[in-house]
Design a protein around this ligand. Sequence first.
Ligand code: SF4
Length: 383
Amino acid sequence: MQGLYLHIPFCEKKCVYCDFYSIESTDLMEGFVGRLCTELSLRATTEKPCTSIFFGGGTPSLLSPTQLERILDRVHAGYSIAPDAECTMECNPGTVTLENLKAYRSMGINRLSFGVQSFVAEELSFLARIHSADDADKAMELARAAGFDNVNMDLMFALPPQTLASLGYSIDRMLALGPDHISAYSLIFEPGTPLYAQWKKGHVHPHAEDLDAEMYAYVMDRLGAAGYEQYEVSNFARNGRTCLHNLTYWHADPYIAVGPSAHGLLDNTRYWNHRSLAAWGAKIDAGVLPQANTEVLDRHAQLVEYAFLHMRADGLPVQAAQQRFGIDLRRALQPQLQHWIDAGMVRDTGNTLRLTRDGYTVCDDITVALLDALDRASASATT
Ligand code: SF4
């Protein structure tokens, strides 16, 4: 698999918790679209087909159909796109219209991802979201009317004003809309955000860790009972509607990325673009790749990334790892692996070592132990 990610760095208003790169002024959007097309040409390659395209941000649903068409024309001119490629657009429920959604659909966008987060007015206002709970209902109605049969909704938990009861209310409202996929994330107080500053001033307080964990367990149980299969720490799909683009990341497969702050991975080399529209645009205007830096992953770094990402997602493929890295993971991970299996946290399916529901609750601890074991295995292989 190979993905293509396009970062659209504009939002109507910044949410207090968000550390993604985006700016509030949409006046610069037209010039941005032209430069994004230039970056697509600079990075163009038809060597491998792209199995997914993902418009993220920012708020890609601020793009007019004409702007989207320009970008997609450039994508099709410079890249080989698999005929059944998944093509996702992230949307803010406060910025969609039936007309635009129909136009996006007709241009080949076949998956939408709505940043819903909550259905409780006080919580949406706390997060400084621009939409209401009713806007989320409406957005889903419009998406279905425009012909989208693959829709994700994002849900947040561990919000300071949230209780288990209010989280339950949001889940009820979300499930009633029948999204095909749900991404459920715990609120993180990211340094540099207004939320982080409020916390440091003592104006707001994160939930205690045990309530955070209780909410996560509650989310897993409610979504599982509603028929959503968990296939990554934070991601749930029904009827097999997993997100191919995210699976590309989690399987450590290559992805091309364009736009300010975008991160790509090609030929075992990671690159990241300048995180400023001005610095990114200046490089493009000079006709050079707008990346701030690159990092070549050595064999051990590739193994670590491969193991860590697969383990947090749909399982560590033991035979594929043996073929690719020449490592027997069942052996390298002992004695921890047997302990995890006995404790019901990891299941050995024969092909994969996969986290169970209880394993996902201690995913960070398992990841740390996994990485330690791989470090030891690599060290003993070189001595
Ligand atoms: S809409 Fe999304 S990208 Fe924009 S500020 Fe809010 S969370 Fe960040």
